[in-house]
Design a protein around this ligand. Structure first.
Ligand code: SAM
Length: 444
């Protein structure tokens, strides 16, 4: 690892006291590799001898003995699992404490690339709604890709500045602010973070975090919870930010119910250190709002809902709890329970994806969407399906030609180990590859 900035080591020595040498030694060891399986896409992911134990604070989450080249594993592209740093998955334990039986509206404000959003989506009830937002445009495209691959129908992907959500006072039961930070907890994994560290940058991060928190605060409902996390050790970005909230806003700290060996309790949250748990540095804390406005989505006078053709209904038969929408040529479905809110959201924030995209209805002929192939509730039995071996799956993911027998002229679902990858259509002696260009594997 490149040498650590002296003011950083001085700060850490002051913070950790006699534990400091252990902390430094842990930074010289390799980062553990960990994955979280998608509970809605069960199947075989790795060989039994590749696993290296369960992550104690999160369901479906495992350490791996080695780091495979995930890009060359089709299961990774199917959304069958997410590669996520183990400490970040502590969000599962925190959410368990806050969730009740009601359907919730949850906002993940700083969501790209989507690690915590996919975790939230797996843990929330099906009738809850997750809004996954990322302000930086190129990063929001990656977030959308990961959400589509995760294959749920109760997620909306948006790209807006936190201040945009001021238009929805009291709208969210839970808001996660996984704030942009100085990244000290990532030094072992990401050498760039070491190079970017400076005392001046700590101050800039602290100011930006307060700005984000105050911008988003009105969108939290009374008695709602704000989960705040960073991947840094600097108390100025962690406990100080939550203490500032409790001092200047109507907020009270929520003590952690579940804790695990090695996690260090702090004044307002919990801190992970690499010498005490198998993971990187992370801070997470919760406050509850004690006043504010309550929110009711507007019942807007609107155009009648899109009437799907028989073809669209064939591809998406489960129409009972959904309304259909049309966006340009694309038809999709979104949960009826949240449709008014999603429409209202669209009037103020850039919505990149909602519910499940089904396909394009081109004069009664359906061109199914790549998102539909990856939808975890797709009725696979309705479609011709071809199982690919590893080389063929990788050719498909590179958008190369596939030569295989397939039903004439029909949309065929291609899968790997039973996990759908996408669509192809027979033309002559080959299959036309409909894997999205922007998702294809390059240079490997
Ligand atoms: N939650 C993500 C996950 O688990 O995959 C990681 C989020 S990362 C720690 C912080 C995110 O905040 C980045 O995607 C970054 O682009 C975004 N961000 C940067 N500046 C921001 C701002 N001023 N307001 C909101 N988000 C910002």
């Amino acid at each position: 690892m490149t040498s650590l900035p002296t003011p950083f080591t001085q700060r850490m020595r002051a913070l950790l006291g006699s534990e400091f040498p252990e902390f430094l030694a842990a930074l010289e060891t390799p980062s553990p590799t960990s994955v979280r399986a998608n509970p809605n896409k069960p199947g075989q992911l790795f060989a039994p001898d590749e696993y290296d134990g369960q992550i104690p604070w999160c369901p479906d989450a495992y350490y791996l003995k080695n780091r495979p080249t995930f890009t060359l594993d089709p299961c990774f592209h199917c959304g069958a699992y997410y590669v996520q740093e183990a400490s970040s998955m502590f969000l599962a334990a925190v959410l368990r404490q806050l969730q009740d039986a009601r359907p919730l509206r949850v906002l993940d404000l700083c969501a790209a690339p989507g690690g915590k959003s996919t975790l939230l989506a797996s843990l929330l009830s099906r009738d809850s709604l997750l809004v996954a937002n990322e302000v930086i445009k190129p990063r929001s495209a990656v977030l959308k890709e990961n959400i589509v691959k995760w294959g749920q129908d109760n997620i909306v992907v948006t790209s807006g500045d936190p201040s945009r959500f001021a238009a929805f006072p009291g709208a969210f039961d839970i808001i996660l602010v996984d704030a942009p930070c100085s990244g000290e907890g990532m030094f072992r994994k990401d050498e760039k973070a070491v190079g970017e560290w400076s005392e001046n940058n700590l101050r800039l991060c602290e100011e930006r975090q307060k700005r984000i928190l105050s911008d988003i605060w009105p969108a939290l409902r009374p008695e709602g919870f704000l989960i705040y996390s960073t991947c840094t050790y600097n108390p100025g970005e962690n406990d100080d930010a939550l203490q500032w909230l409790t001092r200047d806003f109507a907020a009270v700290p929520v003590p952690a119910r579940d804790t695990f060996p090695g996690i260090t309790p702090t004044l307002c949250g919990q801190q992970f250190y690499p010498h005490k748990t198998r993971g990187e540095g992370l801070y997470m804390g919760v406050v509850q709002k004690t006043d504010g406005e309550t929110f009711t989505p507007k019942k807007e006078k609107r155009q009648p809902d899109t009437r799907p053709s028989a073809g669209i209904k064939y591809y998406f038969p489960d129409s009972r709890n959904f309304v259909f929408y049309q966006s340009g040529p694309v038809i999709g479905a979104m949960p009826s329970r949240h449709a008014d809110f999603i429409r209202q959201l669209e009037s103020r924030v850039n919505v990149l994806y909602k519910g499940c995209e089904i396909g394009e209805d081109i004069k009664g002929k359906i061109k199914p969407s790549p998102a539909l192939a990856l939808y975890s509730r797709l009725d696979k039995d309705r479609h011709p399906c071809l199982e690919l071996d590893l080389p063929a799956a990788l050719r498909y993911l590179r958008r190369e030609d596939i030569r295989m027998e397939a039903p004439r002229g029909e949309w065929t679902l291609l899968s790997y180990r039973g996990f759908p990858l996408g669509w192809a259509k027979e033309v002559g002696s080959r299959l036309n590859n409909y894997y999205p260009k922007e998702w294809r594997i390059r240079n490997l």
